[in-house]
Design a binder for this molecule. Sequence first.
Ligand code: GDP
Ligand code: GDP
Ligand code: MG
Length: 289
Amino acid sequence: MAPSWSLGSALRGMFAKPTIDDDTWDDLETALITADFGADLSEQLVEELRGKVERYRTTDPADLQRMLRETLEERFARLDSTLVLSARPAVVLVVGVNGVGKTTTIGKFAKFLISRGRSVLVGAADTFRAAAVEQLATWAERAGARVVRPQQPGQDPASVAFQSVETAQRDGVDIVLVDTAGRLQTKSGLMDELGKVKRVVEKLSPIAEVLLVLDATTGQNGVAQAEAFIEHAGVTGLVLTKLDGSAKGGFVLAVQERTNIPIKLIGQGEGIDDLAGFTPSSFVAQLVG
Ligand code: GDP
Ligand code: GDP
Ligand code: MG
């Protein structure tokens, strides 16, 4: 079944016509804007496709559908979605605003890595709420990962992150996933706290990845969040969660184009196996239908 964010139904009428006509371009632009590609990107895509259709002198909507797939795939593939986890330990910092799915993503990601033979330690550097530590510990247990907890409630997140990496180095753990408290991108004090976590960890080890988690249902607001985190936290990859919800497929490309940061993981549910690496070809196949 096509996912809810698929453009398939919006495009079906267009591709079912016997021929490409003047309405096709307006219909395509409307479908793209409705799917949250944003006005600029939608216009660019329509222009690009119009050019291709003219060059290939085709009037067949099936050709246009194939060209749309190719154009989207090329755009997605411009950035490399490969996670860089070869350092030992590879330290991954997970950041984002409240409720986007950071802790859940860490649980799923730990399981994903462990099932591929890597050892994983999770660091509970979201020390702001006691319940956050327990939530992470529960996920770690399900995934089979070790957990480093704060020694006192409210401990400095940077010191928990430090202890996590120190423990992983001592015990030869492959990958450290550091959970952080949610923070609004507009709170500069909290954004500075992330900078501190990074600096403190870097005393022990370079950071392999800083993953920014974005709730894909937030649309253009997610882009604003992304920009602030990129400025303060040195983001190396995006994780888009809740693609099983009311997300619009175009946001996924819009956010990558606006930020120039590759999407590396996608979350499609609340279960431990609902996480996948980002693969442009299969994503676009689902998007275009
Ligand atoms: P955090 O505050 O960023 O750590 O967010 P949490 O990991 O606590 O998740 C917040 C809520 O989003 C929880 O109810 C999760 O179950 C839910 N959630 C996280 N990822 C997904 C996803 O991919 N799909 C759906 N439907 N829900 C998700
Ligand atoms: P103000 O609203 O501008 O006065 O900012 P506050 O510092 O009072 O905090 C606003 C929100 O930020 C609180 O509701 C908390 O959710 C969060 N917050 C405050 N201090 C911390 C902190 O040290 N760490 C984290 N992660 N969040 C905090
Ligand atoms: Mg959390």
